[in-house]
Ligand binder design. Structure first.
Ligand SMILES: *Cc1c(COP(=O)(O)O)cnc(C)c1O
Length: 334
């Protein structure tokens, strides 16, 4: 194998992460989807990472990052400005490690999200009226109190933790033509692709984003990290940019990912409904993009493939509307 493996994150770091995080994270199952296999004409497997503790894969990277801290850092604690899956993951990971976590959020964050963070043992710090002001408080905690910021994707330990999913996918289905992975900041696909390309270089790694605000795909097209306008989308966990000083994910995605594509809101809506009706699985919009790509033949695999279902944290009222077909996403064109 003579892949130009990146100097930034190594396969060995992923292997080390697997052992490190095993006491905290679930080794999730991978099952064949009868319905998708029939539709596609090849075996389609579902990596059920939405069954992960805290409901999303981000627990792997957050746990690896927290467990890699030295004792002095762990005593100071960790911080982040995410109220979504990363905030939950970091709160839980810190609690498991006996460390402090401060999750910064703006006044506009709904009470149920604040309570979810607090229920996981973290301190929810409410500051300002925007994500930028919440981030400024994170920066202050790092500068003045010596806390460690654990970002959602652009950190070596986080990428290595997410990469452990790739090791499991290969173990459960070693002969895959392709894997389909949701793509936002790229921490998930960077780790998974490094694992897959090391263990099975001919398996293609396909990144899937939503049409509305696909920052990594716009960056790849521009040849450098680029910001895009953030738009409302069913795949809310895929929102946001690559950050002003991207160090890892842009380069790794450029290097390892074979192809990227986008799916529409209507296709995401249909995929959430498909997952529930055909597989009995509740998944969030970000997790549905791979199924959307296959159901709508946006991607046509030449052999067996695996779809990574990344999370299940969806507002259940929105989910109900999607299942019953009354959600506005079914009304739009596309
Ligand atoms: C964060 C997240 C993603 C995207 O991961 P990146 O590392 O930012 O590309 C996909 N699905 C879910 C459910 C997420 O929480």
């Amino acid at each position: 194998m003579s892949l130009p493996l990146t100097r930034l994150v190594t396969f060995e770091q992923i292997v080390a992460a697997r052992e490190r995080i095993a006491p905290v994270v679930l080794r999730t199952s991978q099952v064949k989807s009868q319905a998708l296999s029939g539709l596609v004409g090849h075996d389609v497997f579902l990596k059920r990472e939405h069954h992960q503790v805290t409901g999303a894969f981000k627990l792997r990277g957050a746990t690896n990052a927290v467990l890699c801290l030295d004792p002095a850092e762990r005593a100071k604690g960790v911080t982040a400005a995410s109220t979504g899956n990363h905030g939950r993951a970091l709160s839980y990971a810190a609690q498991q490690a006996g460390s402090r976590a401060v999750i910064c959020m703006s006044k506009l964050v709904p009470q149920n999200k604040v309570r979810a963070i607090e229920a996981l043992g973290a301190e929810a710090r409410i500051v300002g009226r925007s994500q930028d002001e919440a981030q400024a408080e994170v920066d202050r905690l790092v500068r003045e109190e010596g806390m460690v910021e654990v970002p959602p994707f652009d950190r070596a330990e986080v990428i290595a933790g997410q990469g452990t999913i790739g090791l499991e996918m290969l173990q459960d289905a070693p002969e895959m033509d392709a894997v389909l992975v949701p793509l936002s900041g790229g921490g998930l696909i960077a780790g998974v692709a490094l694992a897959i390309k090391t263990g099975s270089p001919k398996t293609k790694v396909i990144g899937v984003s939503m049409e509305r605000g696909a920052a990594m795909i716009a960056s790849l097209a521009a040849g450098r990290p680029t910001e895009v306008e953030e738009l409302e989308t069913l795949a809310d966990s895929l929102g946001g940019g690559l950050g002003p000083n991207n160090r890892y994910t842009y380069e790794m995605v450029s290097k390892y990912v074979d192809e990227t594509l986008t799916v529409s809101e209507q296709q995401i809506a249909a995929a959430i409904r498909f997952a529930y009706a055909e597989e009995g699985e509740v998944i969030e919009g970000a997790a549905a993009v791979g199924i959307a790509a296959l159901v709508h033949h946006r991607y046509r695999p030449d052999g067996a493939c695996c779809v990574l279902l990344s999370g299940k944290n969806i507002d259940m009222e929105v989910h109900r509307q999607l299942i019953s077909g009354t959600h506005p996403a079914f009304g739009e064109g596309g």
